[in-house]
Design a protein around this ligand. Structure first.
Ligand SMILES: [Zn+2]
Length: 367
């Protein structure tokens, strides 16, 4: 679906191009190209970031085909007709939660408690994952907690700049209560361009690491792309993340197609106690940038994961599949393979080392 965001921009024409968010992005990409770290990056050549292996080129015909399917051949039930269960959270509840707990707040937004502090991945709280708030995919459910009610955040960990992962309004609202923003190269330039103090921002290339308190963070490869307008494709880097605290090891995939990087990450940093892996918004028309559930399972095996948590589903309609399909398919595949899987409800408190059994909460929503 992220392929379509530039198409939204094209469709919206001048209105999108004069959106203040996009204007900020344009200045950020100028700053990005000036950054020495970006120019030094092995991932950066000829003015763009690149995947390790070149992706299938999308022809004009492919793009028209994708657009056509979204407009006229979209299957039924890509959006729930019932109510997604959300467990409302309070600040007191979060402060009282033990260490090594994760709360899924939506899509790829995970609130993780480590060493008494909170870490937040890809915070998206806005109503739409879109350049504008009057058009584009709408949330299926409200976040379990409002940004104002969240406790102070030690670090926000970002995977890439697509709208369903990098929410301009959320970043601005969180900036005051967040000590550090940890991003792939170039994404931090956007944040600084939006007004986040540069001293809070650390930008990493693949395989680089940083430490926040006693949490060790490594930016690891992903196979994806980036961009927030028609003119900034692949101007910033995309990454997955290894998050390590003591002997607890977590993996957060961000967005990625299946690639042999998962084996490399597994060999260098595995095994992982919990692997939060993208499972959703896949399609045979864009096989390089999102994984089919069979590939998510293989990635989990490559990573040497112990418990699989499928994310990137259940919040936005970004694909051409039934909204429950990613969860149905990965749950069946995990069961057949004897893989431990956890599918907490939005806002459900989950112990990362030993999650208790979770419900197939999606199965009853539309009944
Ligand atoms: Zn993406």
């Amino acid at each position: 679906m992220q392929k379509l965001l530039p198409l939204f921009a094209l469709t919206l024409g001048l209105i999108t191009m004069t959106d203040p968010t996009i204007a900020a992005d344009a200045s950020a990409s100028a700053a990005t190209s000036a950054s020495a770290a970006i120019l030094r990056s092995p991932q950066f050549s000829d003015g763009k970031f690149r995947n390790a292996v070149a992706m299938h080129k999308t022809s004009f015909g492919d793009t028209v085909g994708i657009f056509w399917k979204f407009l006229f051949q979209k299957p039924k039930n890509t959006v729930p007709t019932g109510v997604i269960p959300v467990l409302t959270l309070t600040r007191a509840q979060l402060l009282a939660a033990p260490d090594d707990t994760v709360f899924r707040l939506g899509h790829s937004t995970m609130l993780i408690k480590l060493g008494g502090a909170f870490y937040l991945t890809d915070p998206v709280f806005s109503e739409r994952a879109s350049p504008v708030q009057w058009f584009g995919p709408t949330r299926f459910h409200q976040p379990p907690i409002a940004i104002d009610d969240l406790p102070p955040i030690e670090a926000i960990i970002l995977s890439h700049d697509h709208f369903d992962h990098l929410d301009y309004a959320a970043v601005l609202a969180l900036s005051g209560k967040t000590r550090h923003f940890i991003t792939p190269l170039g994404v931090g330039e956007r944040l600084i361009g939006w007004g986040v103090p540069a001293a809070k921002v650390r930008q990493l290339d693949w395989w680089q690491s940083t430490r926040v308190n006693d949490v060790h963070l490594v930016a690891t490869p992903a196979q994806h792309f980036s961009g927030r307008s028609v003119s900034d494709r692949d101007a910033t880097l995309w990454a997955s993340w290894v998050i390590q605290h003591g002997d607890l090891k977590l993996f957060f995939s961000g967005d990625s197609g299946y690639f042999d990087g998962f084996k490399q990450i597994g060999a260098r940093f595995g095994p992982f106690d919990l692997a939060m892996l993208e499972t959703g918004a896949y399609d045979a028309m864009w096989p390089d940038v999102h994984m089919q559930p069979e590939e998510t399972l293989q990635a989990f095996i490559d990573l040497k994961g112990k418990i699989l948590m499928p994310v990137h589903n259940g919040t936005f309609d970004l694909g051409l599949h039934r909204w429950q399909e990613p969860l149905d398919r990965i749950a069946a595949l995990a069961k057949a393979a004897g893989v431990a899987i956890t599918t907490p409800r939005m806002g459900e408190q989950l112990a990362m080392r030993l999650p208790r059994p979770t419900l197939a909460w999606w199965a009853d929503v539309d009944k």
